[in-house]
Design a protein. Structure first.
Length: 390
């Protein structure tokens, strides 16, 4: 939930809605909690750019991390532009384009291929400029919902561990020159017990081969809001570093920005439909696509579940399923009332669209000085540029 100060500002200040807000202070506090872990264990933190790649925010994050992790050439370019030439960028993606790999190798220090086939085909493209790695699927699931599970059956993400083990046994020269391995097995995990089990699982099957590597990338998918749980990461990192002599990388994205982001909308209209009160907002599920993709019910700061005033909160597009859900309030809503979607700092702006021509959210920073700073505003010129050839 937003702090009382932020919430008061949202209700009082002249924000243009829909508005996406990121709380700089909250992000800095999360990164500060990682500093003792970095110093004590030697863990290298790479912020996952895909979560929120807004460049002004990247510049704030950069001094408090060891580099960035990226998933595409464009993200790599943005990361390098932000970090300069001396910092680490690591990349993995389900499929590299041959025509992009030469440039990627000049931008990134680590390139983790998603398949043995791509490793065989493209390792020569690295030409000693980047270290080649392999994404592994540990084939150890902790998630019941396959939509979130990188280790699901028939997963497209990484080389199955059984295949890696077989190659090392039958044709180890195939992996000669490999510098590291990457794995990412979870989604919004609140503790590191699954990571410890995954490491045990890998060690039992890969054994001494891990000592031949220069780095192991633990991926992301972990929330960082519990200091006690975070302290469990240190011993895992120290074990890997001391036993195998590897650099250990960690790629938090949502854990850094997720709870520090808000989407603020205003009520445009109120009416009844089949006995339910409906409140139409000036935003849309197309600004929060994961609501529709995964059929989740987003949290709204102003609601009270047991409140006597019930409203079906809907978006302004013509999509009939543009519905956020039914919510209770302790007061009636009015035209112009503001509602604040919380914990939406990750994967919101990067997925938002202008469906129906509804404008993208303006971007504001809530700064340590207090108050909002408008960072970016979209208008018709941006919309037109997207849909014209000139």
């Amino acid at each position: 939930m937003p702090s009382q100060t932020i919430h008061q500002c949202i209700q009082r200040d002249g924000l243009t809605t829909p508005a996406f807000i990121y709380d700089e202070e909250a992000i800095l506090q999360t990164l500060a909690s990682l500093q003792s872990l970095r110093r004590g264990s030697g863990l290298r933190i790479l912020y996952s750019v895909k979560a929120l790649p807004f460049m002004e925010l990247l510049k704030i994050i950069a001094p408090l991390v060891d580099g960035f992790s990226v998933s595409s050439l464009f993200e790599a370019r943005l990361a390098r532009e932000t970090l300069g030439n001396s910092r680490t960028i690591s990349i993995t993606t389900p499929g590299f384009r041959e025509d992009e790999l030469r440039e990627i190798a000049t931008l990134c220090r680590h390139v983790a291929f998603n398949s043995v086939n791509q490793w065989r085909r493209f390792k020569i493209s690295l030409r000693g400029e980047a270290q080649g790695g392999l994404r592994i699927n540990p084939q150890l699931s902790f998630l019941e919902d396959a939509r979130y599970d990188p280790c699901r059956k028939h997963s497209k993400l990484g080389v199955p561990l059984t295949e890696v083990k077989s190659i090392l046994s039958d044709e180890p020269e195939t992996l000669s020159g490999l510098a590291g391995v990457h794995f990412h097995t979870l989604f919004t995990a609140r503790d590191f017990k699954p990571l410890a089990l995954t490491i045990d699982h890998l060690e039992e099957r890969l054994g001494p081969w891990l000592s031949s590597l220069a780095w192991i990338n633990l991926g992301g998918g972990y929330l960082l809001d519990d200091p006690e749980a975070l302290s469990d990461l240190g011993p895992i990192v120290e074990h890997l570093r001391h036993r195998y002599g590897v650099e250990v990388l960690f790629e938090p994205g949502k854990g850094v920005v997720g709870q520090a982001g808000y989407l603020v909308a205003s009520v445009l209209d109120l009416f009844e439909s089949d006995g339910k009160r409906v409140a139409v907002l000036d935003t849309s599920v197309n600004h929060l696509p994961e609501v529709f993709e995964y059929q989740i019910r987003p949290m709204i700061a102003e609601t009270q579940e047991t409140g006597p005033y019930r409203y079906l909160i809907v978006g302004a597009s013509c999509l009939s399923g543009d519905v956020f859900g039914e919510y209770g309030f302790d007061h009636t809503l009015e035209t112009g009332s503001r509602l604040t979607f919380v914990n939406v700092g990750a994967y919101t702006l990067v997925k938002a669209s202008r469906f129906n021509g509804i404008n993208l959210p303006a971007i504001y920073a809530y700064t340590p000085r207090g108050g909002f700073e408008l960072k970016k505003f979209y208008d018709y010129a941006h919309y037109r540029a997207q849909w014209t050839s000139g």
